[in-house]
Design a protein around this ligand. Structure first.
Ligand code: G6P
Length: 366
């Protein structure tokens, strides 16, 4: 009811603004990195496995796609991510040394549960879930678990569940890196410090809402949008496009920026805004040349640029500057303006933000 909404107009908006609290709660009590954060016996399991298979649906699938970059980069573990409804029905090559990781807000998504059971039936006994509901079927059926503390999520479009999943998956990455001798005390302390500062950093990003609202006024008049990202932020571009589709009904798709010239560039006109997630990472220079390609075709750019990039607003380039560059954890910050963009675009269009047509919060039947 209205009382629970407090100053917010919709649950989705409330949940976006709850993220600093949700991430803080999800990390509460984490004094140091240890496999036991994921349950008794996790150390032995982490030693026995040599690759990871992530299974999930929807927004949870995109948190898995983000984690793949961390797991391969920081923990050096070969990682596959697959949509649960695909994995459960295809012939795959099982490996008993796989850690099967499911990611699910509800813990009850039919395809994700079926994919877990399918993996188990193929002889993969090491399973771990990152889940927001401790009493769910998924938590009961997995060997190990990390319970996120997003709290109840009501908006059909997932927001705080996503960022808390990322927090849990980053901890998993660090714990696996540690088991492999790849995380010294200095690195552990540095990562923990960055994680503990996330709520404050995210608060500063949420304060960008007025700038996002001015973008949303433009988007509400569009029929299509393209989202670009590279590396760790490609899944964030995918999630931004998904949010916009789900609640504003604007057709949106995401591409890794390097693929632009292999197709989507043909669609670029002034009528298709191009959102670019531009953290200051090793790929920034390449991303800038992708942006030039868009401008050269008359495309209009909406850029989420990091504090220390020199990208500035000019004709056809709208820049929102992120307060700080957050390194490996940057996806948790860059997703927030995209969530707000979808929210305010939907608001401007007058759609039913919390209950978009044809979609359900939890898909418990196939
Ligand atoms: C539905 C919801 C999404 C969610 C997906 C997976 O499609 O609308 O927000 O990401 O299910 O749900 P899960 O509970 O497994 O994370």
């Amino acid at each position: 009811g209205a009382a629970e909404l407090g100053p917010y107009r919709h649950y989705m908006q409330k949940e976006i603004f709850e993220q600093p609290r949700a991430i803080g709660d999800t990390l509460e009590g984490v004094e140091g990195i240890t496999p036991e954060l994921f349950g008794d016996g996790a150390y032995r399991v982490f030693q026995e496995i040599d690759n990871i298979l992530i299974l999930a649906c929807g927004t949870s699938y995109y948190s898995g796609c983000t984690a793949k970059y961390w797991l391969e980069d920081i923990a050096r573990i070969p990682t596959q991510v697959e949509v649960a409804s695909e994995y459960r029905y295809r012939t795959s090559v099982p490996n008993p040394r796989t850690l099967v990781v499911t990611i699910t807000q509800s813990g009850e998504t039919a395809d994700t549960l079926a994919a877990l059971r399918h993996a188990q039936s193929l002889g993969m006994k090491h399973t771990l879930t990152v889940c927001n509901v401790a009493t769910s079927a998924m938590v009961r059926e997995c060997e190990l678990a990390y319970i996120t503390r997003a709290g109840v999520e009501i908006g059909v479009a997932s927001t705080k569940a996503f960022t808390t999943q990322l927090a849990g998956l980053f901890l998993l990455t660090l714990a696996l890196a540690q088991t492999r001798g790849l995380l010294d005390e200095e690195a552990e302390a540095r990562h923990l410090k960055a994680m503990r500062h996330l709520p404050v950093a995210l608060q500063a990003v949420l304060a960008l809402e007025p700038q996002v609202i001015s973008w949303a006024e433009d988007f509400a008049r569009m029929d299509n949008a393209l989202f670009l990202g590279r590396g760790l932020h490609y899944p964030i571009a995918l999630e931004g496009a998904l949010k916009l589709k789900e609640i504003s009904y604007i057709h949106a798709e995401a591409y890794p920026a390097g693929e632009l010239k292999h197709g989507p560039l043909a669609l670029v006109t002034a009528a298709m805004p191009v959102v670019t997630v531009a953290p200051n990472d090793a790929l920034l220079e390449k991303l800038k040349s992708n942006m030039q390609e868009v401008r050269a075709r008359g495309g209009v750019l909406y850029v989420l640029a990091d504090a220390d990039t020199r990208i500035t607003s000019s004709e056809g380039i709208h820049v929102i500057r992120m307060p700080e560059n957050y390194g490996a954890l940057s996806p948790l910050l860059h997703v927030a303006p995209l969530q707000m963009l979808a929210y305010h675009t939907a608001l401007a269009k007058g759609t039913d933000v919390d209950k978009p047509r044809n979609l359900a919060k939890s898909v418990t039947v196939e």
